[in-house]
Design a protein around this ligand. Structure first.
Ligand SMILES: CC(C)(COP(=O)(O)OP(=O)(O)OC[C@H]1O[C@@H](n2cnc3c(N)ncnc32)[C@H](O)[C@@H]1OP(=O)(O)O)[C@@H](O)C(=O)NCCC(=O)NCCS
Length: 376
């Protein structure tokens, strides 16, 4: 008899090759096209990392300038999409983002053209439009006229400018830009895999990204960053963290911001995210949240010892909070940077496309005759 091996959750299953991102979960290493995430976080910026992910090489100055100009030129969304945002303004911002991205496809002249070249130009437009959707929605729901996008500020600076309707401080831009670099891509995570599945069927880019956003919103994936902040608010005082965590542990409930399908170490992105959260906490004189995070880490030591460690969402929420980003925008802000990874993976999938279609092991009833309803 054949022994059936089931890879639940596709854990550890290799389904294709990639030249984009290497993740070593045992040693806590993350490389994009051979460059370590630590070096990229320290020396690069979101625009350059996006170029790297897409083209698999660092750009020259001229290439980066041209790419940056393309992004800046694409900073607008059609008035009809603003109207759609207005209609759904009371929904969660992730739902609004998903709906607006889906609506944007209507205004793509060649929506169904799935060539690599056309998908890339649609993708670059989408990278530029995602922050505009999030900032426009926030303006509308708070009764303000949406701020016009700047055609000169960097990607991160323009988002903060549009979100708060004022020019951001240099330090704030630096922190958010680094955050965007750290989040730009992370291999075949659930949302990127979803984008690949949609692309595998020859669905267009906007369909793939709409599906990716939907997947990303779940609390075990991108949605976790909002839940970490909710947990901090419920704990409220560093001295109360231990008993709160012990209660969750006792009830076998997940502690958000901990654990990862791949990493058995601390998430390599956490180092810079911790530094940013710590810096802002002291700089803004609001250290309570950071101290609660530290108290949670202390209480999680037995989990850490068995490989359930801090993930990318743990420190991030405090940085977003201290940058004045409303809590329900945390996940959309994460998505603003992850769009680079989604576009990259769609392009990679397209280059050697194949339908992705795993199989399920049937464990139901064996074949039996149909029984008419009158005699059941
Ligand atoms: C991300 C996540 C879904 C990964 O799940 P996974 O791949 O099934 O996790 P693992 O296989 O490493 O889990 C090993 C064990 O640790 C437990 N565990 C993992 N993460 C945990 C967490 N955050 N809190 C409590 N227990 C956790 C699992 O329940 C499992 O327990 P078991 O052996 O008794 O069944 C999981 O870690 C989680 O739910 N984390 C919280 C949500 C979160 O922060 N998500 C963002 C991820 S970037």
């Amino acid at each position: 008899m054949n022994r059936v091996v089931i890879h639940r959750g596709l854990n550890g299953v290799l389904f294709d090759n990639t030249r984009t991102t290497l993740i070593d979960g045992q040693f806590g290493k993350l490389l994009h096209c051979g460059y370590s995430i630590q070096e990229l976080a320290e020396h690069s910026n979101f625009e350059e990392v996006t170029y790297l992910l897409i083209h698999k090489k660092l750009p020259t100055s001229a290439e980066l300038e041209a790419f940056d100009n393309q992004l800046k030129e694409a900073r607008s969304i059609p008035e009809q999409v603003v109207e759609v945002i207005r209609i759904v303004q009371n929904s969660h911002p992730m739902d609004v983002l998903r709906t607006a991205v889906s609506a944007l496809s209507t205004f793509e002249a060649e929506r169904e053209n799935n060539t690599v070249e056309k998908t890339l130009s649609k993708g670059i437009r989408l990278i530029a439009q995602m922050p505009i959707i999030v900032a426009t929605h926030h303006a509308i729901r708070t009764g303000r006229v949406p701020t016009q996008a700047s055609k000169t500020l960097s990607h991160a600076a323009n988002f903060l400018y549009m979100l708060h309707d004022k020019t951001p401080l240099e330090q704030e831009v630096k922190i958010l830009d680094r955050d965007f670099v750290l989040h730009a891509d992370h291999g075949s995570n659930a949302s990127a895999f979803t984008a690949r599945i949609a692309t595998g069927t020859q669905a267009d880019l906007h369909s793939a990204i709409t599906a990716a956003i939907a997947t990303f919103s779940g609390s075990l994936h991108g949605g976790a960053v909002e839940f970490v902040m909710k947990m901090l608010q419920e704990i409220d005082q560093p001295e109360l963290a231990a008993q709160y965590i012990r209660k969750l542990q006792k009830e076998n409930l997940p502690i958000f911001g901990f654990g990862h399908r791949v990493y058995r170490t601390e998430d390599p992105r956490a180092f810079h995210l911790r530094e940013a959260a710590k810096y802002l906490s002291f700089e803004r004189g609001e250290t309570k949240w950071f101290r609660i995070l530290e108290a949670i880490v202390d209480e999680m030591s037995s989990y850490i010892d068995r490989g359930v460690n801090v993930n990318v969402d743990f420190y991030n929420c405090v940085t977003y909070h201290l940058l004045g980003i409303p809590h329900d925008l945390f996940v959309p802000v994460f998505a603003i940077s992850r769009i680079s990874g989604w576009i990259t993976q769609v392009l990679e999938q397209l280059e050697n496309n194949i339908l992705i279609r795993p199989v399920l092991n049937y464990v139901g009833e064996s074949e039996r005759p149909y029984i008419p309803i009158a005699v059941r």
